[in-house]
Design a protein around this ligand. Sequence first.
Ligand SMILES: [Zn+2]
Length: 314
Amino acid sequence: MIYPWQMQAWQSVQQAKMGNHLHHALLFSGEEGCGNEAFIQEVAKGLLCLKPLINGAACGECRSCQVFASDAHPDFMSIRLLEDKQSILIDQIRALNYFLGLSRSYSLRRVVVIYPADRMNINAANSLLKSLEEPAPDTHILLLTAHPAVLLPTIRSRCQRARLPLPAHADALEWLQQQVLQHPAEQLLLNTAGRPLAALELDVTDTLVQREQWLTHLTECVQGQGSITAISSYWEKFDKNQLLDWQLGWLLSLLKQGVGGEENSEVRYMQSVLGQQGILHIYDKLLELKKLSTHPLNARLLLESMLVLWRQTG
Ligand SMILES: [Zn+2]
């Protein structure tokens, strides 16, 4: 995936590739949350592709692209933080040096991606230096970091530097507005310092937290706990259609899967208390409310109708 704000960086990589003077070690730097990991993956895929498109992008269909997609390309190596590790370790770089000693299989080049490059510990970084000093033929090592100053100066000086810029606000906003969002795009960008992918992630996580909260409140209603007035005022400003869709989604999964199909313990609890008849009853009533949800009906009244439904059936 090449995002609009990465187009210039993409073109300069492609020009160097066409002119056959792409450096063997490229150090990309740019902030997290801007899609830069996706960018270097695309660069790698394009370098390995057997029939790249005219703009240098991978074709997506050749043998190289297919094995790349299944994460099993013999000429590609990706070095990342291992699970539970704070640093990239020397053993990972040793494996890389071994890889560089092998001969190529599918592609005309070999590609290595190291991210986050600033997390190589001192031993790993020193071990990488040798590969940067004596480059293997037809091999490109792509390093990505959000903190280039943290890298050893000797590593930095052996790489060609490329900056992946933060998008202009208007570009970030335009892209974000094309995504399916639960929150206003402006607000999301403001809270993530203009980083569009971080903004998208914030939208999703925040939504998940709200979805969980809504389920907790509904469970309280079924249990006869919590005041309907208090819960209504909590959700009054929230998108009512969204609240209805979440409820309908939970109920539908219960109706379809029967007992034991749902992972969430609160949903399972609802199932045991309400039974199939109760679930079906709430489902039908919520569908009626959904027809009203676009009318300029009193928001508070609509919310209370939903909550009363759960309380009375529970
Ligand atoms: Zn291809």
